[in-house]
Write a protein that binds this ligand. Structure first.
Ligand code: GUN
Ligand code: ZN
Length: 441
């Protein structure tokens, strides 16, 4: 699992990664490091040793370095999906009239099966395969309410040496009995899981109160206590996704100014806290998210599928709130971060905002790493980082090959990948230097 690789390995390909947020620079191209004929050197420990022009680096490789020629392909950091649900793998693309009926009809009955460790392990394996097929090497994952579901997920991820973040859902009301924990058991199970998994190999824990309607104030308070006791643990939940949901929250918590304020009042806004959707926030909410270092995870395929609303890029960026991209499988309709970019661009357009391809690729890699306080560790090809990277074929389909002959800039190249790309472009995925997905196999 963590045994060294047989030898260092040098990959020759186009190399692409980000060193800054293109949306904040006058000249966005300065945010990108791009080597048209590059060399990526991965050492035996599964870290990136060097990254630069092939002509400069090829002459000084350590002895016994294995060489792999991927000319014509693009190597970039593995993508980071900041919000999705592994127990919902089998109900992706289930028809519904909106969030709350979708939860009742499909989500809760399916999640009810995850008390069975064997079932959880089998689905976790399929889910991780699907992430890797789509070029996602790190994800922030919801389990079910059952602690076994998260043990099963981490066991599967640990065995593959993947960098994953996950947590047990906490919910103690407004859901079927078979899916309820209690304020006390939810906190105890979460703490046990933190002790067992947070920092074990490459696994990291996220406190996971599902959303305010399914937690009592006692449960949210217990979660806040854990958040204070474990400041480097992640926290994930949903906020301001859907108008009916927001109305429900205002009835359940009449003394809070807004939906986000419910979480704020229990101490749940902080760095490493990721808020799925974050659509219907107001100015005050965004200011609180900014001031506390909380993160908004935009889930465009889910928001369109469930008709939840349009994420407001302009306001989020004006308020300088940290924000990332996510699939939200199974409310989201694809595991592909490329397809997610496609829909993010269109959602932004509908809100009069032009979201560039550079910005979207940044958000899916270096931007997510920075938001999660994991800069330098994942989301980059810079030396010292964990060698989680993907090999993209920019001519994976006949149409893409044809479109590739007409590109005039890196932005056009990336835009074409974002708008036409999907799992067919992901030729291979590597985790800590090891190949964990090969498309032809
Ligand atoms: N809100 C509470 N639970 C869920 C979920 O599973 N998916 C989505 N999209 N929203 C939620
Ligand atoms: Zn979700």
């Amino acid at each position: 699992m963590t045994t060294p690789l047989h030898s260092a390995c040098a990959y020759r390909a186009q190399l692409l990664y980000f060193v800054a947020d293109p949306a904040t620079l006058e000249d966005p191209t300065e945010a990108v490091r791009y080597h048209s004929d590059g060399l990526l050197l991965v050492n035996e420990q599964g870290q990136i040793q060097a990254c630069g022009d092939w002509a400069e680096l090829a002459g000084s490789l350590p002895p016994d370095t294995q060489q792999v020629d991927l000319s014509g392909k693009i190597i970039m950091p593995g993508m980071i999906d900041t919000h999705l649900h592994f127990p919902q793998t089998d109900i992706i693309a289930s028809p519904s009239s909106g969030l709350l009926p979708w939860l009742e009809t499909y989500t809760f009955p399916t999640e009810g099966r995850f008390g069975d460790s064997e079932h959880a392990r089998e689905v976790a394996g399929v889910f991780l395969d699907e992430l890797l097929r789509n070029g996602t090497t790190t994800a922030l994952v919801y389990g079910s309410v059952h602690r076994q579901s998260v043990d099963a997920f981490f066991e599967e991820s640990h065995e593959r040496n993947l960098r994953m973040i996950a947590g047990k859902v906490m919910m103690d009301r407004n859901c079927p009995d078979y899916l309820q924990d209690t304020a006390e058991s939810g906190a105890r199970d979460s703490e046990d899981l933190i002790k067992r998994w947070h920092g074990k190999g490459r696994q990291l824990y996220a406190l996971t109160p599902r959303f305010a309607p399914t937690s009592t104030p006692e449960q949210l308070a217990a979660c806040g206590e854990l958040a204070r006791a474990y400041p480097d643990v992640f926290l994930q939940t949903h906020v301001a996704e859907n108008k009916d949901e927001i109305k429900w929250v205002s009835e359940l918590f009449p003394n809070n100014r807004s939906y986000l304020d419910v979480y704020d009042s229990f101490g749940l806004l902080r760095p490493r806290a990721i808020y799925g959707h974050s659509i219907w926030l107001d100015e005050q909410d965004r200011a609180r998210m900014h001031d506390t270092g909380s993160i908004a995870a935009h889930c465009p395929t889910s928001n369109l599928f469930l008709a939840s609303g349009l994420f407001d890029f302009q306001s989020i960026r004006n308020s300088k709130v940290l924000h990332t991209l996510a699939t939200d499988v199974g409310g989201g309709t694809s595991f592909s971060m490329l397809r997610t970019m496609n829909e993010a661009h269109k959602v932004a357009r509908l809100n009069n905002y032009h979201l560039t391809a550079a910005s979207m690729f940044y958000m899916a890699t270096e931007g997510a790493a920075r938001a999660l306080d994991m800069q330098g560790q994942i989301g980059t090809l810079a030396p010292g980082a964990e060698a989680d990277f993907i090999v993209m074929d920019p001519k994976a389909t006949p149409l893409m090959a044809r479109r590739s002959t007409m590109l005039n800039s890196l932005e056009e190249q990336l835009f074409m990948l974002a708008l036409l790309g999907d799992d067919r472009c992901i030729q291979a995925s590597y985790s800590a230097g090891r190949c964990v997905h090969q498309r032809d196999h």
